[in-house]
Design a protein around this ligand. Structure first.
Ligand code: GLV
Length: 322
């Protein structure tokens, strides 16, 4: 009988897909992220065939070594920076993710952050709830208009392309993008123009939205010097992974009005926030919920379970990350 360890409770459909195939499934009884040590202890307890992991689980050489029977680590996430991909590859372990799960919703969330900032939604809401509203006032909460401006994308994969679609179709924006490879679809369908140097995107954009995976080459991809290149009126949006942005540099840039605002769903040292961030009124922050819809969570459960079944039964993995 094949056995699977799931590091934290996921929607039942993913679990029943596995049990319906006759697999023995153990789900961590703790409703919190496991520490790496706890994952290792769990994997040493039984010769599992597969592990379904969350983005909060660090899967590195030590974990691979503790689980020699495991053929696949299936991440319940679009991102996979919690995997040491090179190490997994070296050991011949399959590593998968759930690329379709919630990608459209992440793009919507990026847009929610953009509009929350440009329309000053959170500041206005806080003001009203504090009983400060004394009637219509032509001088309060002037925001900025987004229509007709320039959207700068750092990363033009599935999510970046959806952000571009909304930008061009919904807001008549010009779209400029930087990526390691060109995306002909975003150019032909959404009229986006490719810039090989990230600096050119930072300079031109009124909104910079980040949609690249976190890896060695994207760690602190957006640093102090990039922030200084942005227009003082520009917004920075990050729904990808926190460490892509140097968060301390961002806090300084926001404090000193180097840029106008930031919308963040992810943080460099999640769940901790860089000191000074929460005190800033030109920031809108959400707790890593960009893909959080019931449907997306179900899709992710189905995809990750399917990745395990396909790999264990046919040896042909779907949604491999390398
Ligand atoms: C969420 O951040 C994901 O990668 O799915």
């Amino acid at each position: 009988m094949k056995s699977v360890f799931i590091t934290r409770k996921i929607p039942d459909i993913g679990i029943s897909m596995l049990t319906n195939r006759g697999y023995a499934v153990d789900v961590s009884p703790l409703d919190r992220p496991l520490t790496k040590q706890e994952v290792i202890v769990a994997l040493k307890a039984k010769p599992y065939d597969a592990v379904l992991t969350l983005l909060t689980d660090t899967i590195d050489a030590e974990v691979f070594a503790a689980a020699p029977s495991v053929k696949i680590f299936a991440n319940y996430a679009i991102g996979f920076n919690n995997f040491n991909v090179e190490e997994g590859k070296k050991r011949g372990v399959y590593l998968t993710n759930t690329p379709g799960g919630g990608a459209d919703r992440v793009a919507e969330h990026a847009w929610a952050l953009i509009l929350a900032l440009s329309c000053r939604i959170v500041e206005g809401d806080t003001f009203l709830r504090a009983g400060k509203y004394k009637g219509w006032d032509p001088m309060i909460f002037h925001g900025t208009k987004i229509a007709g401006k320039t959207m700068g994308l750092i990363g033009a994969g599935r999510i970046g392309t959806e952000v571009a679609r909304i930008a061009s179709r919904g807001f008549g924006m010009r779209v400029v993008y930087h990526d390691i490879t060109r995306n002909e679809k975003i150019e032909s369908i959404h009229g986006a123009s490719f810039w090989p140097m990230i600096e050119d995107v930072m300079k031109q954009a009124d909104v910079v939205s980040i949609h690249v995976p976190l890896n060695e080459s994207t760690h602190h991809l957006i640093n102090e010097s990039h922030l200084k290149l942005m227009k003082p009126s520009a917004l920075l949006i990050n729904t990808a992974r926190g460490p892509i942005v140097d968060e301390a540099a961002l806090v300084n840039a926001l404090k000193n009005k180097v840029i106008a605002g930031a919308g963040l769903d992810v943080f460099e040292n999640e769940p901790a926030l860089t000191p000074g961030l929460v005190g800033l009124s030109n920031v809108v922050i959400t707790p890593h919920i960009a893909s959080a819809t019931e449907q997306a969570r179900l899709d992710m459960a189905i995809l990750s379970a399917q990745n395990i079944i396909t790999t264990l039964e046919s040896g042909i993995p779907a949604n491999m990350v390398y």
